[in-house]
Design a protein around this ligand. Structure first.
Ligand SMILES: [Zn+2]
Length: 362
């Protein structure tokens, strides 16, 4: 199937809808519902947990369990302080980038729905050249058009409301997908596509497959930490995004060289189980799926770590989708990489046998 296109009109329509829906960290459930609706025809049952992680399960009675995982949350802001003249100061909910905030529109999530706002910024005319201040957490602010704090409160905005960007899915030059929150809506999308392909190609797996969309990755892998204890998997193949390091001002000597369009990125790190990773590489080579390599010092910083270091150790590996401009509103990935990550996870699953331990000592 290496030559066949994977993404269909229907799957891309879902990807667009799923991306355009805001699912800030801690508030993922509407996105999870969209995702479960799409996944439903391809799985036997679902597991959900108290904090909103969702898992589609194929062969729920099987003893041996394999997870494929992405995370469902997106970075956002919290309203932290409201000034007397009605401006909002924010704190991060995940790694939101202060440098890109000025001049952006925002949606403030309230009980009554979205309230629109803008990140204001002093005009160029009013700033002094040499002493110009860059945007920082303590000087960026949101203006919702209110004259004072009282009006802010009347509009339903209070401390603790979350704020997301409204930017929606677009395609750049035919094959680049651009949106906020491709980190990691793409992950949830790709694992759902794996389930669709298994179903459409009538593949029967000899183990239980747990298609897992975890919450709260952006603030420290928390959703994965919870759901791995519920599932107690034997194997976890995680997918997240990694950096394209070929755009300006990124130092390859420290960041390595990975780029969009050159294939899935396979990680080397202590949390990555070597035999499982070699199985993925052998699969890529056998199926002629292009791939790149990346090394991580200490932790991978992805849900891979949460799965690996749980339940006495779970054989885990990481397949990443290279992405430009992470944590901005114009995150960019290549369509071919999206298809090749799907392909690589799919083909790897077909190469895992029931009961495999991946032990170094067998
Ligand atoms: Zn992220």
């Amino acid at each position: 199937m290496a030559s066949k296109k994977i993404l269909t009109k229907k799957s891309l329509d879902f990807f667009e809808k799923y991306l355009n829906n805001a699912a800030p960290t801690g508030y993922e459930w509407e996105g999870q519902k969209l995702w479960m609706d799409y996944l439903k025809p391809y799985v036997d049952t679902f597991i959900t947990d108290t904090y909103g992680s969702a898992v589609g399960v194929i062969n729920p009675d099987a003893k041996y369990k394999v997870v494929i995982e992405g995370h469902s949350d997106e970075i956002s802001w919290y309203v932290n302080y409201i000034t007397d003249n009605g401006l909002l100061y924010v704190i991060r909910n995940g790694g939101s980038d202060h440098q890109i905030a000025p001049s952006k529109w925002v949606n403030i999530h309230t009980k009554k729905g979205f309230v629109k706002g803008v990140f204001g910024w002093p005009a160029i005319h009013t700033r002094k050249g040499a002493s110009e201040k860059p945007p920082k957490l303590d000087n960026i602010f949101v203006d919702i058009g209110a004259k004072d704090k009282e009006e802010v409160e009347k509009m339903g905005v209070h401390v603790g409301c979350v704020i997301t960007y409204p930017d929606e899915f677009q395609i750049l030059n035919k094959n680049k997908f651009v949106c906020r929150a491709i980190d990691n809506r793409a992950g949830g999308f790709m694992i759902a596509e794996v389930a669709r392909l298994l179903h459409e190609n009538k593949k029967k797996l000899p183990f239980g497959l747990y298609i897992t969309n975890a919450v709260q990755e952006e603030i420290g892998l928390r959703g994965a930490e919870m759901i791995t204890q519920t599932i107690k998997p034997d194997v976890a193949i995680v997918t997240d995004v990694c950096h394209d390091t070929t755009t300006p001002m990124i130092e390859k000597k420290t960041q390595g060289h990975t780029e969009i369009g050159a294939g899935p990125v396979i990680s080397y790190a202590p949390a990555v189980q070597n035999k499982l990773r070699e199985r993925i590489i052998e699969t890529a080579e056998a199926k002629k799926i292009p791939f790149q390599r990346m090394a991580a010092s200490r932790s991978t910083g992805t849900d891979t770590d949460a799965f690996a270091y749980s339940n006495g150790g779970v054989a885990s590996a990481l397949i990443s989708l290279p992405l430009r401009y992470m944590h901005t509103t114009v995150e960019t990935v290549h369509r071919d990489d999206v298809e090749n990550v799907i392909r690589l996870i799919y083909e790897t699953l077909l190469n895992i046998k029931d009961g495999e331990t991946f032990s170094y000592f067998d």
